[in-house]
Design a protein around this ligand. Sequence first.
Ligand SMILES: Cc1cc2nc3c(=O)[nH]c(=O)nc-3n(C[C@H](O)[C@H](O)[C@H](O)COP(=O)(O)O)c2cc1C
Length: 174
Amino acid sequence: MSQIGIFYGPQLGSVEKVANLIAERLGKDRVELIPVKNCEAEVINKFDNIIFGASTIGKTNWDSEYKDTDWDVFATKLENANWQGKKVAIYSLGDHIQYAEHFVDAIGWIYERLEKLNVEVVGFCPAEDYDFIESEGVRNGQFMGLPVDEDTEPEMTDLRVKNWVKRLINEFGF
Ligand SMILES: Cc1cc2nc3c(=O)[nH]c(=O)nc-3n(C[C@H](O)[C@H](O)[C@H](O)COP(=O)(O)O)c2cc1C
């Protein structure tokens, strides 16, 4: 059975916790967990099915100050991978109360970069399942990935991950 690569960052916080939950649900024998820190584009080439996990740390931060976050660096390498026949699903950690106007913007930030490379993105979620004001992660009523809020709704995480993984198994074609 082909492997799924979960590329995630940062490490040690909620993004990593959710990477592990997703891996457990998918079955650990199917999954390789790869921190994006110091990861090169060639590693992407090993997988047909890929999950990208990130935190959202604020639009201003994405665009300016935090130029050297793990994801800022990894994102510059994406164009060097061979994307032929690959599917990517995105998840982002966020906080729907404190950052209601920028809830999980990272989903949109990653999606835009994949869109430019003509990569097929799967694992969309209905926006109506979440309470927020605005998000760059939403198009046509759907998040282009899975939002998870460990800061204010940790009790929802297991069910959200469970339902998303069920959909992914289908959309990845297992
Ligand atoms: C400086 C800062 C800015 C943040 N900005 C946003 C934001 O714009 N949108 C959002 O949904 N969450 C935002 N958050 C919440 C984080 O995404 C959330 O705490 C996440 O779980 C952090 O992931 P980590 O524990 O793996 O680092 C922000 C958190 C911090 C500390």
